[in-house]
Design a protein around this ligand. Structure first.
Ligand code: TYM
Length: 329
């Protein structure tokens, strides 16, 4: 049976291979057999200050990259979050059904608020807006990377809580979908941290649109260890294991096979081959990206997407308002 799939990406910078291998790859896999909705979550992006012009650029950049990795707007709905008012509306309703205690426990909030002097209310409420995104479409499945596990759990808790209070069929209780390999790609310069769009060191990540020289530099300088053995052991050898994971997912080769192929060879050989593998894997994405940008189709695709998403969201908002006794009708 076709399921409703929903996921989103923040337009906060260039999408990197972590986003791709952990999340976007799933978006594409799921779209043939399911009813998929993929969002560019611009309201989440402004939880920390953003330059308006850059934000708009990043929104269009993520939209084009969605298409470049293989999301087909004829099969999936692609739209920008703030184009559908239901996200902010439902978010408020859910905020009135969530607790400051549970939000204080979110590790992403703890990490991000530690880095800034005064954490904004939006940053605190971020996971509730994410819950609204998901529940607004009666989503069954949410394909994401491992770092979103806690947010999905919270979404489920809120949905169950509301259902207990206002009726079992108020919300569909969603499930996260996490890949076995690639759900957590680590930073190349520091394999104890996840690869992220916001890390200061550009060489910590490979963005989908990086040129060959940058890809080469980031991989050749990737942090490994000193024992020289190519072995998959994320706990004791996080750097090498991360490279093996990336290599394995891009080529569809098991890590065990890679270990066998590289037995007795040094890290240099592995890195050199991974540079080639990464360049070749990203090449078609870069080419498709250029094509999409040149086609001038994006505004129409996003307008159609917003209309389709808006119509679906409207039904859920109506149902929720009715259950809660909100409004005059
Ligand atoms: P964002 O924009 O940080 O990341 C987008 C997706 O990429 C995954 N991801 C990773 N996967 C593997 N390795 C990594 N190093 C890595 N870094 C990021 C993320 O898990 C995510 O799936 N809160 C979300 C956006 C969001 C959302 C939603 C997602 C808002 N509303 C509703 C799903 C459903 C976020 O910040 O993603």
């Amino acid at each position: 049976m076709r399921k409703r799939v929903f996921s989103g990406v923040q337009p906060t910078g260039n999408i990197h291979i972590g986003n791709y291998l952990g999340a976007l790859r799933q978006f594409v896999q799921l779209q043939d057999e399911n009813d998929c909705i993929y969002c560019i979550v611009d309201l989440h992006a402004i939880t920390t200050p953003k330059d308006p012009r850059e934000l708009r650029e990043h929104i269009l950049n993520v939209a084009a990259l969605y298409m470049a990795v293989g999301i087909d707007p004829a099969k999936s709905t692609v739209f920008v979050q703030s184009d559908v008012p239901g996200h902010a509306e439902l978010s408020w309703i859910l905020m009135c059904n969530s607790y400051t205690g549970e939000l204080s426990r979110m590790t992403q909030f703890k990490d991000k608020s530690r880095a800034s002097e005064s954490a904004g209310t939006g940053l605190f409420a971020y996971p509730v807006l994410m819950a609204a995104d998901i529940l607004l479409y009666d989503s069954d499945i949410v394909p994401v990377g491992n770092d979103q596990k806690q947010h999905i759990e919270l979404t489920r808790d809120i949905a169950i809580r509301v259902n207990n209070k206002y009726g079992e069929d108020t919300f569909v209780v969603p499930e996260g979908r996490f890949l076995k390999e690639g759900a957590r790609i680590m930073a190349l310069d520091d394999p104890s941290a996840k690869m992220s769009k916001s890390a200061e060191n550009e060489l910590s990540r490979i963005s989908l649109l990086d040129d060959e020289a940058k890809i080469k530099k980031a991989i050749m300088r990737a942090t490994t260890d000193s024992d020289g053995e190519i072995r998959f052991d994320p706990e004791n050898k996080p750097g090498v294991s991360n490279l093996l994971t990336i290599y394995g997912v891009f080529t569809g080769t098991s890590v065990a096979e890679l270990e066998k192929n590289y037995a007795g060879q040094g890290y240099g050989a592995l890195k050199k081959d991974l540079v080639e593998v990464t360049i070749e894997s990203l090449r078609p994405i870069r080419e498709k990206y250029a094509e999409i940008c040149a086609s001038g189709e994006l505004p129409r695709i996003l307008a159609d997407g917003a209309e389709q998403a808006g119509a679906k969201a409207e039904q859920v908002i109506r149902r929720v308002k009715e259950r809660f006794g909100l409004g005059s009708r």
